[in-house]
Design a protein around this ligand. Structure first.
Ligand SMILES: [Fe+2]
Length: 142
């Protein structure tokens, strides 16, 4: 579980920067809504980064904390660092949120097997958050 949680932590750090890059470089319609929605997403992810790291510490797992470690452990593909259309942003983050949902669900299963109720309970909040975001993004695209 140690490795899976460090990968999750690293994914969240990379995802935070990806969302901020999209916030800066979004172009097209509806700019204002997407620009501010992305800020809401990265603010939430920022809280989750701290929650995950502190949950690891509480359960005796040492979290990675160096930028080089985050970059090498994460499976999140970085943003291009250039202007990007709203559709491409949502295609991309929908797949990232789905990947994160799968990751936290797997961590929860493993935590349950190991009777680690703290980690299991913490994953519930993340499962709820990503499920809701995925549902809302899908609704916006019907
Ligand atoms: Fe801003």
């Amino acid at each position: 579980m140690k490795n899976k949680m460090n990968v999750l932590l690293s994914d969240l750090v990379l995802f935070y920067h990806k969302l901020q890059s999209y916030h800066w470089f979004v172009k097209g319609h509806p700019f204002f809504q997407v620009h501010s929605k992305l800020e809401g997403y990265y603010d939430e992810i920022k809280e989750q980064i701290d929650e995950v790291a502190e949950t690891m510490l509480m359960t005796g797992i040492k979290p990675v904390s160096k930028v080089s470690e985050f970059a090498s452990l994460s499976k999140i593909t970085e943003a291009s660092g250039d202007y990007v259309e709203t559709k491409e942003i949502f295609d991309n983050i929908l797949s990232d949120f789905s990947y994160l949902l799968k990751s936290v669900s797997e961590i929860k299963s493993q935590a349950d097997e190991e009777s680690n109720y703290l980690v299991s309970a913490k994953m519930d909040g993340l499962i709820e958050s990503y499920s809701k975001t995925i549902w809302m993004i899908n609704q916006s695209r019907l």
